[in-house]
Ligand binder design. Structure first.
Ligand SMILES: Nc1ncnc2c1ncn2[C@@H]1O[C@H](COP(=O)(O)OP(=O)(O)OP(=O)(O)O)[C@@H](O)[C@H]1O
Ligand SMILES: [Mg+2]
Length: 459
């Protein structure tokens, strides 16, 4: 989608000049001769950027700026003003203009300023657009993603939300399991009833049991009155059992019974309680391994794993990083009332190369921190924590003084390092390593030979 620019100026020459300039540089442009005309257009065309002259008949630039800031805060406004009125420009910035340019207009200056905003606002716009679409379709408020894996996931959520089957959501830390559980509940028919969640990993066994199923007065010391458990609370709705891999064998048995018969007793009680609850469980544990080690019951696993949802780690969908960054920048710049107008491409590159063991939560934290610490309205690599920046750096082998320092030799050493590293990262799988390096397998093989790199003969 092209970035849309609305140019407002009462001087026809200036208008024509800018119109021409932006059109030639791939923007979609609209023009207005004064503030009133501009306002009439804005609602129709939803521009990303507005460039406005200061002194105009009907409604001047400052008044227009104030209205636009209030009614259309997502539009980046750049004011342009005649020489000598720097104070007015400062005043405009205070009123929320993102930037200003001084007349006479310098084409390179105005182009580069606009390019800064264009990049940012195209990301924002894409985000909003995607979210609107998703909201219309599935009511997924805050799940950002546009890579094929995520779109597949959205389709799956949409398909399974209305039915009542038990769901097991699996994925690494911070991949968005809880977010997805919520999306499922809120787009299901159970939306009017509660979504009750319980983190099974944090409670001691007896407490967890009473949280899940409730207890009757006197069931244990301290049980001074009857208590309703989460299953009862969720009746008609959904229960989200987080960190299901952590529950003890005893509770596994009880849960299995609820899954099979939809009934249970409160702790210490004898009445059978029947509930209509949809169960969504989540874990970051390797349950198959836990089953092998007899730490997790296989029959319970099958009952939970009716519909498995695998949430991909962030490193497998690096293409989502720019829109996630834009999403979090918007969230935190609003929260901290900071103005961020530009995200450097270099920063996005570094973020995309990182492997994100903490996934989206880690990315969110990095952006929050960057915004808190940033001293300007531009986010750059300098605003990132060192570990993220350094984790991308390739260790260049030290050259010994007596070594051949010719370019060919150094390039050879570098190539060898890259190949060795790629092999290591791919568990010596040569096909994958070649792919990772973006070279053909036969080229890769000849390079192995050249550098006398051995390793297992997996391929
Ligand atoms: N696709 C996404 N779009 C926007 N924000 C996301 C997305 N996925 C996760 N988040 C955000 O990342 C953070 C972690 O997400 P969430 O708590 O759902 O992950 P989780 O898989 O349950 O993590 P854990 O395994 O640590 O419990 C939350 O703040 C969430 O809002
Ligand atoms: Mg979670």
């Amino acid at each position: 989608m092209k970035t849309r620019i609305l140019i407002v100026d009462d001087e026809v020459d200036a208008l024509g000049l800018m119109d021409e300039l932006f059109k030639r540089n791939g923007y979609e442009t609209f023009i207005a001769h004064n503030g009133l005309e501009a306002l009439a257009q804005i609602r129709e065309i939803e521009p990303d950027i507005m460039i406005s002259d200061m002194i105009m008949p009907e409604m001047d630039g400052m008044e227009l700026l104030e209205i636009v800031r209030k009614k259309y805060p997502s539009i980046a406004v750049i004011m342009n003003t005649a020489h000598g009125t720097i104070e007015t420009a400062v005043e405009a910035m205070k009123k929320g203009a993102k930037d200003y340019i001084l007349k006479p207009i310098r084409l390179d200056e105005i182009l580069s300023k606009v390019a800064n905003f264009a990049h940012m606002s195209s990301l924002m716009r894409e985000n909003d657009y995607l979210r609107e679409q998703l909201n219309d379709k599935y009511n997924f408020d805050n799940i950002i993603g546009r890579t094929p894996k995520m779109l597949e996931l959205f389709e799956l959520i949409k398909a399974i939300a209305p039915i009542n089957s038990t769901i097991l959501i699996r994925g690494e830390n911070g991949t968005g399991k809880e977010l997805i559980a919520k999306a499922i509940h809120f787009s299901s028919k159970r939306v009017k009833k509660q979504l009750v969640d319980l983190n099974c990993g944090v409670l001691a066994e007896n407490l967890l049991e009473s949280e899940l199923f409730g207890h009757v007065k006197g069931a244990f010391t301290g049980a001074i009155k009857d208590k309703i458990g989460k299953f009862e609370l969720a009746d008609g709705g959904t229960i989200f059992l987080d960190e299901i891999g952590e529950i003890s064998p005893n509770i596994q048995v009880k849960l299995l019974r609820v899954l099979q018969e939809r009934e249970f007793e409160r702790l210490g009680g004898t009445d059978k309680i029947k509930v209509d609850v949809r169960i969504i469980a989540a874990t970051n544990k390797d349950l198959e391994k836990a089953i092998k080690e007899q730490a997790f019951r296989q029959d319970l696993f099958y009952r939970l794993n009716v519909i498995p949802i695998e949430v991909p780690p962030l490193r497998d969908r690096a293409d989502d990083i720019p829109i996630l960054v834009a999403h979090f920048v918007k969230k935190y710049s609003q929260a901290f009332e900071k103005k961020i107008v530009q995200i450097d491409d270099d920063m996005i590159d570094v973020l995309q190369a990182h492997d994100w063991p903490g996934n989206i939560r880690e990315l969110e934290n990095v952006i929050e921190r960057a915004i808190v610490l940033s001293k300007s309205d531009r986010l750059s690599v300098e605003d990132l924590p060192q570990n993220i920046v350094y984790s991308n750096m390739i260790a260049v082998p030290e050259l010994q003084a007596e070594e051949d320092s010719s370019l060919t030799n150094q390039v050879d050493i570098f190539e060898k390092t890259l190949i060795t590293r790629a092999l290591k990262e791919c568990n010596n799988n040569r096909v994958r390593a070649a792919k990772k390096l973006g070279i053909h397998r036969s080229t890769f093989m000849s390079k192995l030979k050249k550098h006398q790199i051995g390793g297992d003969n997996k391929s």
